[in-house]
Design a protein around this ligand. Structure first.
Ligand code: ADP
Ligand code: F6P
Length: 327
């Protein structure tokens, strides 16, 4: 390292999300162009605590912009929740003269970034999780690709549902957030959408399905968020006890991790590239302690303390639209 060259590190943490690689690529290439030496941390906070660093140059991040997952690896790291774990992580950075860190991840990961920032580390966060449950951005990197994957599945399920005259309960990820289910339900033309943010009487869902059957529809699709009060299995059990009310035969499909593995769509690649580059520019300019997210099409910084404690509400207009279109 030359005398004036500064060292920064980048890690991905929490659930992998399509677009994380595009963000890593932007961090590395922008960082090098600004005169930084860039190190990757493998497997998120686990690698940070364990000192698992790898040097990254522009050529090391070639051919990854289109790949889902994360070339750095990721983890859920219970040890980092402890003071000892956070102290060890901060020490690893100091031992290597690393003057800045970019954390690419969801709300848990950004809470971790905030914890490191509170220990005096210059950290910039990049909002990335399929769940879109993170304040400080309109949509997190990865959520739009996950919705596209869900849509493809829903479109296919409708084909087989129509052939058999069935109702499909399609369960999507999202943890406690209904965003993926809400958007996939609206854009997939679902008959009903079940999300944690709205209390829903299963009798109303049963009525919607029954009426679809009575109107001569060949199928019905119910999109359910995994975090809903009644998930797909619970609803299926409920309907099994009241099967005659539905008309249609019922099947359950849980997309699960399939939603995470896709190639990032153009929106996620662009957002990841803009945010990854901006993260390094922030460190270069001495601005840190912030999460970067896209708000109204612009890279927007928010102080960690303002975003990690706040739950992002779902768009009330979209919820109204979903009700109007599905009832
Ligand atoms: P995501 O970032 O996708 O929301 P997690 O919630 O699993 O994923 O968080 C990823 C990691 O971030 C956790 O395994 C833990 O190491 C760290 N983390 C989560 N919450 C906190 C917190 N409140 N304080 C410090 N670190 C946290
Ligand atoms: O946070 C992303 C996410 O895919 C959630 O939607 C889901 O609840 C969770 O991760 C699954 O976690 P894991 O990959 O650890 O099973």
């Amino acid at each position: 390292m030359g005398p004036t060259m500064k060292r920064v590190a980048v890690l991905t943490s929490g659930g992998d999300a399509p677009g994380m690689n595009a963000a890593i690529r932007a961090v590395v290439r922008t960082g090098v162009s600004l005169g930084f030496e860039v190190l990757g941390v493998r497997h998120g906070y686990t690698g940070l605590i364990g000192g698992d660093f790898v040097p990254l140059g522009p050529r090391d991040v070639g051919g990854i912009i289109q790949r889902g997952g994360t070339v750095l690896g990721t983890s859920r790291c219970p040890a980092f929740l402890t003071q000892g774990g956070q102290q060890a992580a901060a020490q690893q950075l100091r031992d290597r003269d690393i003057s800045g860190l970019v954390v690419i991840g969801g709300n848990g990961s950004q809470a971790g970034a905030h914890a490191l920032a509170s220990r005096g580390i210059a950290v910039v966060g990049v909002a990335s999780t399929i769940d879109n449950d993170l304040a400080g951005c309109d949509v997190t990197i990865g959520a739009t690709t996950a919705i596209d994957i869900a849509l493809e599945a829903i479109d296919r399920l409708r084909v087989t549902a129509s052939a058999h005259g069935r109702v499909f309960l399609v369960e999507l990820m999202g943890r406690t957030c209904g965003y993926l289910a809400l958007i996939a339900g609206i854009t997939g033309g679902a008959e009903a959408i079940v999300i944690p943010e709205i209390a829903q009487d299963p009798e109303i869902i049963a009525t919607i399905i029954r009426e679809a059957y009575a109107r001569g529809k060949s199928h019905a699709i119910v999109v359910i968020a995994e975090g809903a009060e009644r998930d797909a299995d619970a609803l299926a059990r409920y309907f099994a006890e009241h099967a005659e009310r539905l008309g249609f035969e019922l099947r359950v499909t849980k997309l699960g991790h399939v939603q995470r593995g896709g190639s990032p769509c153009s929106f996620d690649r662009l957002a990841a590239t803009l945010l990854g580059a901006a993260a390094i520019e922030h460190l270069h300019a001495g601005r840190h302690g912030v999460l970067l997210g896209m708000i109204d099409g612009r890279v927007t910084p928010s102080a960690f303390e303002d975003v990690v404690v706040r739950k992002k509400p779902l768009d009330a207009g979209l919820i109204r639209l979903a009700r109007a279109l599905t009832e």
